[in-house]
Ligand binder design. Sequence first.
Ligand code: NAP
Length: 315
Amino acid sequence: MAGHQLIAIGSYFEWDREAMSSEYALHEVPNADAALDLPAELRAQVRAIAFKGHTPFGEKHMESLPALGLIANYGVGFDAIDIATASMRNIKVSNTPDVLNDDVADLAVALLLAQSRKLIEGSTWVRSGEWPNKGELPLNRKASGRRAGIVGLGRIGREIADRLAAFKMAIHYHSRKPKDTPPSWTYHADPVSMARDVDYLFIALVGGKETAGYVSKEVIEALGPDGLLINISRGSTIDEPALLEALENGTIRGAGLDVFNNEPNIDPRFLKLDNVVLQPHQGSGTIETRKAMGKLQRDNLAAFFAGDELITPVN
Ligand code: NAP
């Protein structure tokens, strides 16, 4: 234990805790509101926090830390943090981009394969001991060689598209502007027109207010009855009630979802559906990547305290 005071908000792995406490006087709290209860003398001294989790960190939290200069976020998605207020108060925010792209893209492809090839049902088929009685698993659907559309060709979206190209798929994408891509990829200015032209829709947008409901009822309807929707971004990017309705009515064939509104207390209607594969927001959840995320968070903290440029600034 040494050095600057550091509040770590959220639940950290032992390797992160050890690394942070070897550099800083570490004060761990489970969530942002719990930081409000720390002694006022401590809060007055704190210049940086390590932030982890999805519960909001807003004005009242920033006000309670008058010397705050950095919120070092663990994760690439920073939608829990009120960036506009942070910027107004001259508080820098950093995140952990790129180091998690592979894992999240891998999970997106895994969700497509699990959904098309019925991997969860196949596993249950064998484990239940019913294989000798029931015989062959009912036929499922070919995954390769079809048309995939990516909503949001950012860092993770691009990794998803590159993987799907290796599955012999025609790649379509929607971003706010065309990107530098292989010439065979098709750009769509309108997500509805793209959804109409593809079999699979992958959502890789940032979360937050600006993209809330971006994948609208119209986009979902345009995907059509043979379409699969895969979401690894945030629950908020999709009109979730419209998605539930489409899945219940078979307006689309199915979905693979790692993210939801109101996690972990997701809408119970999802649990009744047999045309969705559900994951507990585990896109970046490998030991390798979580270690890399923790290290990048700490590297940003170290840069801040050294007075250097942040490595991965957000604002
Ligand atoms: P990124 O490189 O910043 O890409 C984000 C995409 O969102 C870009 O394509 C961007 O569009 C689009 N976008 C941003 N603001 C928009 C707006 N106002 N309207 C329309 N589109 C907008 O981010 P990334 O590193 O790929 O990460 C994407 C998201 O994945 C993260 O923000 C996070 O929420 C999520 N994520 C989930 C997990 C998980 O565990 N499931 C793990 C990591 C990340 P343009 O292409 O037009 O710029």
